[in-house]
Design a protein around this ligand. Sequence first.
Ligand code: ADP
Ligand code: MG
Length: 258
Amino acid sequence: MTVSEASPPAPSAGPGEALVCLTGVQKHYGSLHVLRDIDLEVDRGEVIVVIGPSGAGKSTLCRAINRLETIDEGEIAIDGQPLPQEGKALARLRADVGMVFQSFNLFAHKTILENVTLGPIKVRKKSKADAEKRARELLDRVGVGHQADKYPAQLSGGQQQRVAIARALAMEPKVMLFDEPTSALDPEMIKEVLDVMVDLAERGMTMIVVTHEMGFARTAANRVVFMADGAIVEQADPETFFTNPESDRAKDFLSKIL
Ligand code: ADP
Ligand code: MG
């Protein structure tokens, strides 16, 4: 792969401007306050790990950034563009945000290759030939190139998740969101998925990763964001956070998972 292919998309936001910018974001489900005044800036090429107890609002945060959920107040901007509410502008902006979920969400009745080419052909308006060429490169990169003509059910969970990553990358996103991408996997498959994510981080992709995989956080993250009860409680570089957490909430959480 050439250097230019491996590089993240050319910047269009000005220097010093965060690629992902959340300001005063509030979200309720009925009387439940699930996102409390969230301010978060993620710079180009930065890798953020979001951790916190179940119900903290981590998935809601990811879904809000991808506009799978609306927010009640505040603003979310990607590359300097505020998230539009609907229509073509939203579809375009959403295509800039790649998302990988806990469940792999591949299309069961399409081949692996078709899973990866569908979005680029439909949304990015690529030719079938171009989309297939790029898809094969990406499938090779995540180590499942030889599975291109199979169907998702014929692959292991780890292989399916790597296809899901390739599918998201095929859209040439500016930022990748991962919501607990390894928590549905058998233990022996976790590493093969984390290795792909570490490689992506090393290639300069901007990433927001919800995970409790401390090894990944220590290897790849620039910053750990700890959430509880819908709020960002503290954030620090991984070494500082894991060895010297400040808040009682974080200390309590870490004592349970480490
Ligand atoms: P996390 O991913 O950190 O475990 P979530 O973002 O999934 O947390 O959920 C935050 C809170 O919002 C939880 O209390 C959850 O039960 C609630 N919640 C999530 N989705 C919905 C929904 N669609 N309707 C109502 N409540 C929801
Ligand atoms: Mg979640």
